[in-house]
Design a protein around this ligand. Sequence first.
Ligand code: NDP
Ligand code: BG6
Length: 513
Amino acid sequence: QKLEDGLLSSSSISTEELKEAAGFDVNENESSVSITVVGASGDLAKKKIFPALFALYYEGCLPKHFTVFGYARSKMTDAELRNMVSKTLTCRIDQRENCGEKMDQFLKRCFYHSGQYDSQEHFEALDKKLKEHEGGRESNRLFYLSIPPNIFIDAVKCASSSASAASGWTRVIVEKPFGRDSESSAALTKALKQYLTEDQIFRIDHYLGKELVENLSVLRFSNLIFEPLWSRQYIRNVQLIFSEDFGTEGRGGYFDNYGIIRDIMQNHLLQILALFAMETPVSLDAEDIRNEKVKVLRSMRTLRLEDVVIGQYKSHTRGGVTHPGYTDDKTVPKDSVTPTFAAAALFIDNARWDGVPFLMKAGKALHNRSAEIRVQFRHVPGNLYNRNIGTDLDQATNELVIRVQPDEAIYLKINNKVPGLGMRLDRSNLNLLYSTRYSKEIPDAYERLLLDAIEGERRLFIRSDELDAAWSLFTPVLKELEEKRTIPEYYPYGSRGPVGAHYLAARYKVRWG
Ligand code: NDP
Ligand code: BG6
């Protein structure tokens, strides 16, 4: 009867119910997803990946039949992995009573397999275990490479030849760094493509999963008021600012080989820039968006040494507390000139952005932690009020600030009349503060990206031609800095960074926001 009713009114009954009514075993037809975190004993896995997977589970976003496997060389039992993972899971989504129960249910789906990253035999053993959990269903497999880049290829080779899905899809999430210049990045891509197709590679840039970065396109393309202003005609400069109020703590070994330009600018800030400056894509389809990003990146001028300022933090004592300098880290050579701060002026040579400076600033051990996009608009032509007021407001132009973190917000600085009988203007903000507007906590970037990878949504992952374009902008300057062993400007831990960044901005008539 249910089947008959369903056929008459297909909207009132789900496909699953129809199948069930027709005598199919629904569960048998459901596919499974196995997620293997390669490098499960590491920092990123503990800090981000397992908590993000739990949050997805908690929200009911993971498929019904899923299993999480940790894989690394460290010896651990399933129970030990669960114990390790449980320490970093939080019910940050809300404090509902069943959180503990959900955690237990999630941990029961987590398993561990110890093995070498270059051993076919060990990956075959993993494959066997995965099959047991998949229980004969169609299997889909996601491998998250949370390991140092020098072992990416070994792991991909073994995972793809010995543990890829027999029936469904196999996808691999690759963490940065994707090489350290154009050549090494191209070599990595070439090596990955020996074992995987481009469609199977999900290069992660977690900044693309941040709520306000995702919102950039919504802001631009679904509000009439912004897009007409989004060009050299109205915008004087754009600033992309990243700062952290802590040093390289614990990651000095990795960092010294890369430096801040590779760690933050070439990927996180440049990705934001591409989304900010791209033309309207044909559709929201991943390929259409990525085509536009590549186009704008390829229109950019290669960065020149004179448009870059570099710095490195030094030890500083404040309030009786001494903060170590960058080279005080035991894993960093004493004479290292690796920049922990950089500012750069970039330009897009196309009709929309000709002559508009895009200024980037990124640094560690600065006075605060924040990531922002600042858009400074041009002066109002023939501004009536300049003549009458004659204060600092003469220079006060509108500024749109997109605060990616912390305290996510979008605000627009406007000139406004101070209420009263006189005529006094001040600068006020039209303010969209997320914490007051939205009650729901913002998901971590890794949640969005993991979910997208599971669903095969590639929009927020980096395509290989995007990567090539990004590296070609920065590689010459990185080489020059290294060949010349350019000495960075030293700045005290916890300060606002080197003064050189202000001179660079001033050269383009810009004042940092
Ligand atoms: P870890 O240094 O913690 O390494 C992860 C695991 O890889 C370790 O637990 C270890 O597992 C194994 N491993 C480490 N070094 C070697 C080696 N030389 N040879 C073989 N295996 C090794 O890395 P993270 O977890 O910090 O980062 C993982 C990836 O994510 C890296 O590519 C990193 O650049 C990237 N990343 C990390 C971020 C972070 O905040 N941590 C942020 C953004 C990107 P075992 O010994 O058990 O095999
Ligand atoms: C990583 C960098 O990609 O991003 C780190 O390697 C940096 O050096 C981190 O600390 C910042 O990410 P978030 O999300 O904390 O701003």
